[in-house]
Design a protein around this ligand. Structure first.
Ligand SMILES: Nc1ncnc2c1ncn2[C@@H]1O[C@H](COP(=O)(O)OP(=O)(O)OP(=O)(O)O)[C@@H](O)[C@H]1O
Ligand SMILES: [Mg+2]
Length: 296
């Protein structure tokens, strides 16, 4: 298991497992491993929020425990629930002879508990990386429950008592900002805002994922994606789209991104009807050799 000693350590470690962190990403990740505080990662879709948690797990050589959040997620699915069927079978098996007192003591033991991700992360004997993905999809009640867990690293089960963490997980929470998270949650977390990367950074990421793509094509691709992001679109292309586009161009054996190639493949990076029109009109001009000088 890895014990990073410096920010540079973390930076190199993440790179070694295929994640190219920006400066603040490396810094916050390092602090998270040292301070034992959860990290809240916010930013637009497809900029590497989820992947950061996965990469941290690979680099730190820890198991990744993932809780995917959704509307209506409750404790029973996130923390633990009693295995009713098993309890029932136990009661039936014991029904002759044994009194309720005996059975009750029995069926509220750990054997009858179904562990959900949060509990799994807490009771694990080996420290894990806990990814709480898309926390903004849940409601505030859930957030409150989580707060308690993240500050004390313990769970209270009425029938069993308190269960304390055996080890401290590295916790990564991600949010797409669909709702404002509570101040209380933010206060307990380190904060990382992940935005679209600058040109050179994104070029490195694209190269990493598509090493076979020609350098000139990769650079042009990233330049175009950056131009497209400047337009007022419903859904600007993310790193995920850049990577997909690179793979597409490679498969097509494209040696350049000319007008024709762009028109054929732009639906890989732009996925709204109205956005397609905007991009065709604005970026098309840029690629047209006859007018390229004017657009630049
Ligand atoms: N810094 C990076 N280094 C390497 N790959 C990256 C980096 N950032 C993003 N990626 C790649 O971009 C893709 C999208 O990343 P990811 O799924 O983590 O985005 P996300 O921010 O969680 O998006 P969403 O909000 O839609 O869930 C992944 O394939 C990931 O590998
Ligand atoms: Mg994600």
């Amino acid at each position: 298991m890895q014990h990073p000693a410096s920010v540079d350590d973390v930076s190199a470690g993440l790179r070694s497992v295929g994640y190219l962190p920006g400066e603040s990403t490396a810094l916050v990740s390092f602090l998270a491993t040292q301070l034992g505080k959860p990290v809240l990662v916010e930013g637009p879709a497809g900029v590497g929020k989820t992947e950061l948690a996965k990469a941290l797990a690979r680099y730190l050589e820890r198991t990744l425990v993932r809780l995917q959040c959704y509307e209506g997620l409750d404790e029973a699915k996130a923390l633990y629930e009693w295995n009713y069927r098993k309890q029932l079978l136990r009661i039936q098996a014991e029904s002759e002879g044994a009194g309720w007192e005996d059975v009750q003591e029995d069926i509220f033991g750990e054997e009858f508990l179904l562990q959900r991700p949060l509990m799994t992360a807490i009771v694990s004997q080996q420290p894990v990386v806990l990814l709480i993905d898309e926390i903004d999809k849940t409601d505030q009640e859930f957030e409150a429950m989580l707060l308690e867990l993240l500050s004390d690293f313990q769970i209270s089960i009425p029938e069993l008592g308190r269960i304390e963490a055996n080890t401290r997980p590295v916790v990564v929470l991600t949010s797409n900002n669909t709702r404002e998270l509570t101040e209380a949650l933010k206060r307990r977390c380190l904060y990382l805002w992940l935005d679209y990367p600058d040109l050179e950074h994104e070029l490195s990421i694209v190269r990493l994922h598509s090493p076979e793509l020609e350098d000139t094509v990769a650079r042009k691709l990233v330049e175009i994606v950056h131009r497209v992001r400047e337009l007022d679109l419903k859904k600007p292309p993310s790193i995920a789209e850049s990577i997909d586009w690179a793979r597409t161009l490679m498969l097509l054996g494209a040696g350049d991104i000319d007008q024709g190639t762009f028109n054929e493949t732009m639906s890989v990076i732009v996925k709204h009807r109205t956005d397609l029109d905007t991009v065709a009109a604005r970026v098309g001009v840029m690629l047209d050799p006859a007018t390229a000088g004017d657009a630049a």
